[in-house]
Design a protein around this ligand. Structure first.
Ligand code: FES
Ligand code: FE2
Length: 433
């Protein structure tokens, strides 16, 4: 492997950062197993013993609610001979974890509760006082507005500092509820992408690609919308969701991206979810009542399309959806796509966001399928010897820097990717390009 400094330049990166196993291993160690990783939402764990299993880097973890109501994140590993304690993706374990191999039991906070034939351990180091007999906890667990994160390292910035300005993702989602809260829809779409995780992260704020990659869907939906209007009918909102993808280059370019330290970023612009129908009117009235007109309009009018929390989270807050990455190999990435309900809001408003969630992400989607094809083909291209470099030259030198924040000035600027690689270099401990 070449020194990382030779692989990353200000306007281009070497293809091996997408393909090399050694670099991938270093990413897992230096990024995922150190930083704050999103585990799930508090509403997934309503009662004591509720748990979900989650992967942090290479580590299988369990997020669980204790008898004291606290949420903890523990390694999914029995201290006896290493067997995973929870084999399911989610469930309720009662008041204890019980190992399926030799029946060691553990409290919900991970402390060992019982060891069969405990006298057989007399005189050995494996006594119940030894912390090595208990499940190991994640070094840190914290949450923001119900979204739970864990870090496997005790050192490093706290969650609030890690999120920085990107915490607006969760504020924007929750503030759209008159109660200021969301709850998770407890099933997700899981998609295996045959490409490096960075393809996904770069794509999310790549505002040039929608009108190209999603052209066929966007143009077809726009045609139906026009036909319905000509017939004097109001096209359902879901046609608008799709036709927007085929906006012109100029329209996409007029949107701003804001790029924060640590690789986080926002794609501004907003699809306009305020149709003039009774359900929306009722919803807006509830928001005015809850927050007062000024504040409610501020919440409803935020110009946010996507918020990216580098290196693994894409939050589309106005539509209450979140995509989280779990890298598996240099050329394999699992994404989980979750959907949330605004608390205190009529089902019609939820269904509206659900249309989008399924139109864009479901196995039958015409949108995500196009992206997946690009990323797979991108991976194949970068694994070839057809060239050594990946170009991020678009609008290079044309961004505005204010302190640590980069404003792209052009929606389609590759400032997004340049900013992500600045963060990558810092995480990986290489010199800055
Ligand atoms: S491996 Fe868990 S009790 Fe033996
Ligand atoms: Fe796309």
């Amino acid at each position: 492997m070449q020194p990382l400094e030779r692989l990353i330049e200000a306007d281009r990166v070497h293809r091996s950062v997408y393909t090399d196993q050694e670099i991938f291993d270093r990413e897992i160690e230096n990024i995922w197993e150190k930083t704050w990783v999103y585990c799930g939402h508090e509403s997934q764990l309503r009662k004591a013993g509720d748990y979900v299993t989650v992967q942090i880097g290479r580590q299988p973890m369990i997020m669980v609610r204790g008898l004291d109501g606290r949420i903890r994140v523990l390694y999914n590993r029995c201290p006896h001979r290493g067997v995973q304690l929870c084999g399911n993706r989610q469930g309720n374990t009662g008041s204890t974890f019980v190992c399926s191999y030799h029946a060691w039991t553990f409290h919900l906070d991970g402390r060992v509760k019982g060891i069969p034939l405990s006298h057989a351990y007399d005189g050995t180091r494996m006594t119940s006082e030894n912390p090595e007999c208990s499940m190991k906890p994640a070094a840190r667990v914290d949450s923001y507005r119900g979204f739970v994160f864990a870090s496997l390292r005790a050192e490093g910035p706290g969650l609030a500092e890690f999120l920085g300005e990107a915490k607006i993702a969760f504020d924007d989602m929750c503030d759209r509820s008159p109660l200021g809260e969301v709850e998770i829809v407890p099933v997700c779409h899981r998609v295996v992408q045959h490409s490096n995780w960075k393809f996904f992260m770069e794509n999310q704020l790549d505002a040039l690609h929608p009108s190209v990659t999603h052209q066929s869907t966007g143009v077809a939906a726009g045609r139906v919308e026009r036909r319905l209007r000509e017939q004097g009918r109001t096209p359902p909102l879901y046609y608008h969701y799709l036709s927007t993808f085929a906006s012109s280059f100029e329209q996409w370019d007029s949107v701003q991206t804001v790029n924060f330290p640590r690789g986080h970023g926002i794609l501004k612009g907003y699809m306009g979810l305020r149709p003039d129908d009774p359900d929306t009117k009722e919803y807006v009235a509830a928001m005015h009542k809850a927050y007062g007109e000024k504040k409610a309009e501020e919440f409803l009018g935020r110009s946010i399309h996507h918020v990216l929390i580098y290196p693994y989270l894409s939050v589309q807050s106005p539509l209450q959806q979140l995509r989280v990455l779990r890298p598996v190999a240099p050329n394999k990435t699992l994404s989980e796509i979750w959907h949330f309900r605004l608390k205190g809001v009529a089902p019609a408003i939820y269904r509206r966001a659900l249309w989008y969630f399924n139109l864009v992400n479901s196995p039958a989607t015409m949108i995500n399928a196009d992206d997946l094809e690009n990323w797979t083909k991108g991976q194949w291209g970068l694994e070839s010897q057809g060239g050594e470099w990946v170009s991020f030259h678009r609008n290079h030198g044309g961004d505005t820097q204010e302190g640590e924040v980069t404003f792209s000035n052009h929606g389609t600027s590759e400032a997004v990717m340049r900013s992500q690689f600045k963060a990558w270099v810092q995480y990986m401990g290489a010199a800055r390009p």
